[in-house]
Design a protein around this ligand. Structure first.
Ligand code: 4AD
Ligand code: MG
Length: 468
């Protein structure tokens, strides 16, 4: 086969160099036609769009062509011509075809269109080859890129916080332990407690639930930083919005109060959504047409509207009123309750019909590090609530006062020996500061319109599932 420089299909479809000989490589999506002429839809992952390969039966041996079925991988040389069919601008008249690998139709699982999302989760190693997951993972890349671009252009520094840690940032005790100890033969003291002295780190260590605490160290040095990395939570919640391993973006800013924090969060999300609209058009259009006819409009609306900013106490009043007027929630509503997704979505989708930033939550349901309000009951927390998702961002202004922070740590009986380094930010040159965490997969749920978080991460980790 003649060696011709490969053109990616995304570039090929933009061009119009009719008459030139080109090379494309990819996987067969479909093949149809007759002995005389057959049509191969080839996809190389660079775009949702396939290029059509026209194969003239006179030039190719029928036996050779036989294994070119859905899933087979090919290298094709051919002449670029203006397309006869509708839906595409160019096609390739094949002159040479090399088969890299076949995919036996009897065993290749991706035969027909319209496999269920549940089935595709069971073959997560192959699902990126479908149109849907190709679109999702291209959007996922684009969102990651947009996030780095946004912060870089604003003068934030990407700061790498550790994945292995000895402290529980959110204080929820939902951590995966990291150990090299022999679990069949644990050393214990006379009270039966495990002795960690000989463990790899010489103490109990876990996978991080958040990079925030170390992020605060960085923000009180570099001014404004962000983290973007994997986060682990051993919460046993089998919901469409929870993963045991997810990615989180956590900006942290010195000299920001909660209003600055809200401004940044709103600008940030809008930037990401705008980026998707501008740079992922074909993929979004596909998802819009296939799954959710309201997707693109919803994305456009979020950019247009300013987010509602509302204290938790006011939010509870609205929810209580709804209950009084006959609205049924599965979970009860009262001041002090940790809102469920149904409550959050009621505020966003039914009441305000746009995103809501809820602030000043009861301190009992929020983490120890949040700035305490004058009232002694609430803290300067902010959750950004989104249509279809509920909480997409959680953040706060931080308690900058050493004594207040220490009191709260003691009240909650957080082991002090693990926190000395964090307290140093308040002992030495403490400053008002704020930050938040955006769940990357929650953002992707919103942007792609998918309804299950397992479908926006390549290999989901959830209770009882760590396959692939
Ligand atoms: O609200 P969270 O727990 O806040 C923090 O971790 C803070 N340390 C952030 C900060 O202020 N720097 O989590 C932040 C976001 C949530 O709003 C949600 O979008 C996402 O992380 N999230 C999850 N996403 C997927 N699966 C889970 N189990 C998640 N838990 C939280
Ligand atoms: Mg939260």
């Amino acid at each position: 086969m003649e060696t011709i420089k490969r053109t990616r299909i995304v570039d090929l479809l933009k061009g119009d160099a009719y008459g030139t000989t080109v090379n494309v490589k990819g996987w067969v999506r479909t093949r149809r036609g007759s002995k005389q002429v057959s049509f191969i839809a080839l996809n190389d992952g660079s775009t949702i769009n396939n290029v059509q390969i026209v194969v003239n039966g006179d030039n190719f041996d029928e036996e050779y062509m036989k294994p070119i079925t859905t899933g087979a991988s090919l290298s094709v040389n051919g002449i670029l011509v203006k397309s006869q069919g509708k839906g595409q601008s160019v096609e390739i008249q094949a002159t040479e075809i090399q088969i890299y690998g076949t995919a036996d139709p009897a065993t290749y699982p991706l035969q027909k269109k319209g496999h269920s999302m549940e089935f595709l989760r069971e073959i997560a190693h192959l699902r990126p080859r479908t149109n849907t997951f190709g679109a999702i993972f291209r959007i996922r890349h684009n969102m990651a890129y947009a996030i780095h671009k946004f912060f870089h252009e604003k003068g934030f520094f990407y700061f790498h916080t550790p994945l292995i840690t000895a402290s529980d940032c959110e204080g929820a005790g939902q951590m995966f332990q990291v150990t090299t100890m022999n679990l069949y033969n644990l050393k214990k003291d006379e009270k039966g407690s495990i002795i960690y002295d000989d463990d790899f780190f010489g103490k109990q260590a876990s996978l991080t639930v958040s990079g925030q605490l170390e992020g605060e160290l960085a923000a009180t040095a570099l001014g404004q930083i962000y983290t973007f990395g994997p986060t682990f939570r051993a919460e046993n919640s089998n919901t469409p919005r929870h993963l045991a391993e997810f990615w989180m973006i956590e900006p942290e800013m010195a000299f920001y109060d909660i209003a600055d924090n809200m401004d940044l969060a709103e600008e940030f999300i809008k930037y990401c959504v705008q980026w998707a609209l501008d740079n992922c058009k074909d993929d979004l259009q596909f998802l819009n047409d296939m799954f959710d006819k309201g997707l693109i409009t919803r994305l456009q609306d979020v950019i247009k509207e300013s987010f509602v900013r509302l204290p938790y106490t006011e939010g509870i009043k609205i929810l209580e009123e709804a209950v009084a007027n006959g609205h049924k929630f599965e979970f009860p509503v009262y001041w002090g309750v940790d809102l469920a997704a149904e409550h959050e979505r009621f505020l966003v989708e039914d009441h305000f019909k746009r995103p809501v930033i809820l602030t000043d939550y009861p301190k009992e349901i929020k983490a120890f590090y949040m700035k305490q309000n004058e009232d002694g009951k609430t803290v300067r927390a902010m959750d950004v609530l989104f249509p279809k998702i509920g909480e997409i961002i959680g953040g706060s202004e931080r308690e900058a006062d050493y004594d207040k922070l220490l009191n709260r740590i003691n009240e909650l009986k957080i082991p002090m020996k693990d926190m000395w380094w964090y307290l140093d930010t308040r002992r030495f040159g403490t400053v008002p500061h704020s930050g938040f965490g955006l769940g990357f997969e929650r953002l992707l749920l919103f942007v792609t319109g998918m309804t299950n978080i397992r479908d926006v991460i390549p290999f989901p980790r959830t209770p009882k599932n760590a396959d692939f």
